[in-house]
Design a protein. Structure first.
Lengths: 546, 546
């Protein structure tokens, strides 16, 4: 009989912070030793952070990451360490996992399946590995196989790896698998079926935290060979999870386990991802305070709530910037949201500035009617004010646009799109309502007032303006957008689903014509299967409409 | 003896405009027939335009492109056609070349080497081909092999293809090879050595025109098996080039040729690429007029000149937006540049607007000194005015920042960075001077006045401001930026080249810290081996500095 205590170090490294990441790994190794861990597992590219993107093209970056691995090996005298790093051989680089044991690098595995779709560009950098990697426990009664993320995602690849591995007892998978809505469920069902199919214990250790557009949700798990979950780490939090694996008469079983961290509800998991992504974007970029333009509408209210949960309400300022078109109701609502959240609230009216623009442009615009120009001017004045506050006080500007608006270009470039981080840019408007409902229920009080929720959406850039004057109702628009943007369904097929022909054509046209705006948008948290940004790479010059 | 007249159709398709591209191809086929062409060659992905990016993920897009190929086949009754398209087999797509002959698709070649570096993402979409493709002339005396772009760029790949091709007489390469400085020279030296090494005639047909950040320069060529250039198409222009190939007693020779189109000088080729990229971005996006903010400085002067050469001076408006810090000299120079170019010139002072912002922000900023905030406000007011003109009149805003500024973040987000197209964003400041000199000499008159060239660069956002107060001299800065950005050289190695340690560290820091600004910048023409944008994918959250 042999017992191996495994630690799953679900950590949050920072891209490029090689030394800090190394120190964090050492802290977890120390903690593991204290808690009797024999084998500690760190995520994919834990040393560099994920994704390091074109940093990988720098020789010095790869060499510096190798130094960290060698230093970490010194800590493996009385604990075995698996850690993700960038390996370098004969001028090629590999997405790799090191086995550190006995004070040295005992072996290295190279990831075989490199994802190059969606947000992933791994074939831009890495050469695929060509062989599997196994190792034994000290008394040689348990055989482990190493895999990295995608290796187990493709049915073919998984089979290949596992077969080639000469029947391991335990398959370790180190991952940097980014979050989207329901991803944890998809992931767990893949892991479960693999564990059962190949009769192995699966130890899945995922990275956690935000990196630009991505949030890694962690949610590391251990599944036994019967397909039963024996450990589940919390979502979006650093954690050292511990399980014990026991071999007895050629059988390997999981003992001592902890499945107390339940899977979150779908709204809760989305909300937590938004908060995590926002927190890490602000803090990893060296900011500690943020400002949100509060219009009294539902989008900016939700954005403010997320920002407060991310960095503390004492660090978030709400700015109301009313114009002649702002109603008393929306201004009161903006103030009430700030009060409910306990944020500082400032008011800077924009009418005087708007008048000065109109006066300065009067000669050029003589004889012409007011149009979208004057609406955009208002939005851009607000953008400028927020950026001025940012410049003066070091507050990062959170923009408040949702995915439905940004899809349709129903937003002003350099106006409401101006800012450092677009918190809800991947959240469709209908989901904004659900999240607000979730937030209000969670805190068991109406943080975001009913009047904000009930008011028909309006940009308040001209008298009596309503979103629905320019856009289809969001309950109709959002399903069309999902089909077109996330599922690549053609106009003809969307119409067949029962939507109005003219409306569908108009929606598709607007989505495509507004790619130029999105190209200049700040990043925001990806929560759907296909977000704008690196996930959806569309040409700006694009005459295709179908 | 057999004669085959080959037409190289160096065309400028538009991404996504399948029907228009098909019609353009038919026009060239008709022209070819009229001029006695037996075999007409179109560039890589001529039907879809290049690069189609995520349009390739749409089934309907791929199917619609297949329809165009089938329609084109009908035109191949009395002419043989080679054309680039997207092939679709068993759920996979291929970057393909069709051989159309006798009214049908006689054969299809699949590109074997898929570039996935720099601006290229071909592995995101395509499966690589696995076999070569050859065909014979009508009387079977000349053997042709088909290749696509990258296939001949990698020494290994070329050898592979050609060897597998059982000694063809003529290798046709259809390309979509984007321009950068000196690329034509590099390309021609590769073609020359391949032709000689494998003793083949090389027919190289490249696409032409601008697509977002890229310019395709065309410069199609024919090289004979002795390594002599027998045809050269002009750079950046549509053209049907014609050569005659003759087989006689098992020897294949090139007759009737035209090498009158000389390679351009390096400044001329850069300038022509900038004009082409700007023209196509404006026109393919459906605009016909543009506006440039004219400061009287060298960057905006060059930008205006390029815009005028791209779409005609009658379609470009120069806007001067002076403040209290604008000198009489720069204002006069702005006007003089507009006059020299024959552009409309308008003046909209910004002081009144600036005062209204300062008044509105006075409470919040009470007791605080003026700083970068007030400088940025001026730049952003100008950005807003240009965007207001754009909204009201449909003028596309051309931004005027150069690569040196954009590298260092010496530019204002939503200010001078606001606009649709960043004409010289990949042109380092030292090259701006050279291009202005080139332009002045070319037109044999001082289009851009000497006073503009001689004045030390200044942003005029505070009294007596000079670029060199904040930045190293451009003659020192540009070489550092080239090493760091284009060649991935580390700080230590740059210092070894003889640059000041503190300066190098400061430059690298600024480049990395300002990634967030560049992420929100408009596209502009790539002219260096590594531009910002799709060519250089850096994380915003990035703690690596070395």
């Amino acid at each position: 009989m042999e017992r191996v205590t495994i630690g799953l170090a679900q950590i949050n490294p920072t891209v490029g912070a090689l030394e800090d990441n190394g120190n964090k790994i050492v802290d977890f190794i120390r903690l593991g030793k204290k808690r009797g861990v024999d084998l500690i597992v760190f995520p994919e590219l834990a040393i560099t952070g994920y994704p390091p993107e074109d940093l990988l093209l720098k020789k010095s970056f790869v060499l510096d990451n190798l130094k960290v691995v060698r230093e970490l090996a010194r800590y493996s005298q009385d604990i075995t360490i698996i850690v993700g790093f960038v390996d370098h051989r004969l001028g090629e680089i590999y997405n790799a996992a090191a086995l550190l044991r006995g004070g040295r690098i005992e072996g290295v595995y190279h990831k075989m399946l490199l994802p190059n779709y969606g947000v992933f560009d791994e074939k831009r950098y890495f050469k695929p590995g060509s062989g599997s990697f196994t190792f034994f426990s000290k008394r040689a009664t348990i055989k482990f196989a190493l895999t990295i993320c995608e290796d187990i995602w493709e049915p073919k690849g998984a089979a290949l790896t596992l077969a080639a591995n000469h029947e391991p007892d335990v398959v370790i998978n180190i991952s940097a698998s980014p979050y989207h809505f329901k991803k944890e469920k998809i992931r767990e069902s893949i892991l479960l079926s693999l564990a059962k199919k190949h009769r192995v214990v699966l130890v899945y250790c995922n990275i956690v935290g935000g990196q630009d557009e991505l949030v890694f949700d962690g949610a590391s798990v251990v599944v036994d060979s019967a397909g039963v979950f024996r450990y589940r780490a919390p979502c979006c939090e650093e954690r050292l999870g511990i399980v014990e694996i026991v071999s007895h008469r050629n059988k390997v079983a999981v003992k001592k386990c902890d499945v107390s961290a339940k899977r979150l509800g779908s709204l809760e998991e989305i909300y937590k991802s938004l908060v995590t992504g926002t927190h890490d974007y602000i803090c990893k970029n060296g900011f500690s305070q943020a400002v949100v333009g509060l219009s009294g509408g539902i989008d900016s209210s939700l954005t403010a709530k997320i920002a407060c949960d991310a960095i503390g309400n004492e660090n978030v300022v709400g700015a109301s910037m009313p114009s002649r078109y702002s109603s008393k109701e929306t201004q009161d609502d903006a103030r009430r949201v700030a009060e409910n959240l306990g944020m500082r609230f400032i008011t800077i009216p924009i009418d005087r500035i708007l008048s000065s623009y109109c006066a300065s442009l009067a000669d050029e615009f003589k004889g012409l009617k007011e149009d979208i120009t004057e609406e955009n001017l208002q939005a851009r004045i607000r953008g400028n004010i927020l950026m001025a506050l940012s410049n003066k006080f070091g507050w990062l500007v959170m923009t408040t646009g949702n995915k439905s608006e940004i899809s349709m270009g129903y937003c002003t470039l350099y106006g409401d799109m101006a800012g450092g981080f677009a918190v809800i840019k991947d959240v469709p408007k209908t989901l904004v309502y659900k999240l607000v409902d979730f937030v209000n229920k969670k805190d068991a009080c109406e943080i975001i007032p009913g009047s904000v929720i009930k008011r028909p959406p309006t940009a308040e850039l001209k008298p009596n303006q309503k979103d629905e004057d320019s856009l289809p109702p969001y309950t109709v628009l959002d399903p069309i957008l999902k089909l077109y943007i996330e599922e690549d369904v053609s106009i003809g097929e969307i119409i067949k689903e029962g939507f109005d022909r003219k409306m569908v054509k108009d929606v598709v046209n607007k989505v495509d014509q507004n790619e130029y705006k999105r190209r200049q948008a700040p990043p925001g948290v990806k929560i759907t299967p296909r977000a704008f940004g690196k996930d959806r790479r569309f040409p700006i010059i694009n005459k295709y409409r179908a």
